[in-house]
Design a protein. Sequence first.
Length: 324
Amino acid sequence: MNFKKPNKKWFVIWVIASIIFFLAIFPVPSQHPIKYIDRENGQIKIENVYGENWLDWLYHNPIGEATLWTIAKRKIVSSIYGDMMDEPSSADKIKPFIKNYDVDITIAQKQNFKSFNDFFTRKLKPEARPIVTDSLAVASPADGKILAYTNVKNSDFYIKGFRFNVDSFLSNPELSKKYEDGSMIVFRLAPPDYHRYHFPVSGTTLSSNIGIDGFYYSVSPLALRKKAEIFCLNKREYGVIKNPVFGDVVMVEVGATMVGSMIQTYEGTSVKKGEEKGYFKFGGSTVVLLFEKDKIKIDNDLLINTSKGLETTIKMGEQIGLKK
């Protein structure tokens, strides 16, 4: 009787595939929960993170990290998923999402949506987000959670040992010199948040943003703990708002994983505080404000919470600082 010798090539492939499979399903280390301060009552709360298991796998599993490096950070993945959220069938996801993340839909201008992105980019009733009227006050440009730094040069950003680099972030050496020892405020928008962003001050600006090409890493703290330089790697767009009180304020919108698009809706060059600037399609993302040195006195509670490593909840239109 003749026995067929096993094919070494297929045996090696089988072994490699088995190793990859077991590595892929290997449990990731438990991550510390994302804690933040509720600005309304000062309480510490824990964030219910959208896609938490997926993010943990991407950033803390060896096969997940390989997937992130080769596929997940690419524009095509976020674009495809963003397009899926434009499909009428995606509307089925809206009610479970509202329930799971306790989204207040009563403040939206409309209650019926054609797709998930239609819901995600919803407009709010004007009275839902009053704008601070003091001309010497800066308004939050978005809903979300905030970190604030009085001096970028002397502040570690997110992770001890990583220092935020304005030059790398803006990719404009001449412009970045004005802000290397200025103030920075970071607004992180999680998927359940209102996803339209607004001008923080009145003034004049260019009629279009300046784009910086990049990848689409997640901007969740779960990802930033692993890869703090994400803000200097992701696709981003920025504009400069010229204001007689606060000088030249840089406003940057940062893309992220599954953010289908950043859509600028404003027109013209004269802008008003609280006026809509644009919106993010599906996915959590970030808005960053940069101020020149000694132009803003950031509200003390935001600075104290940031010094403790805690974000603070914020609503669009709320005061975040005053003229220094």
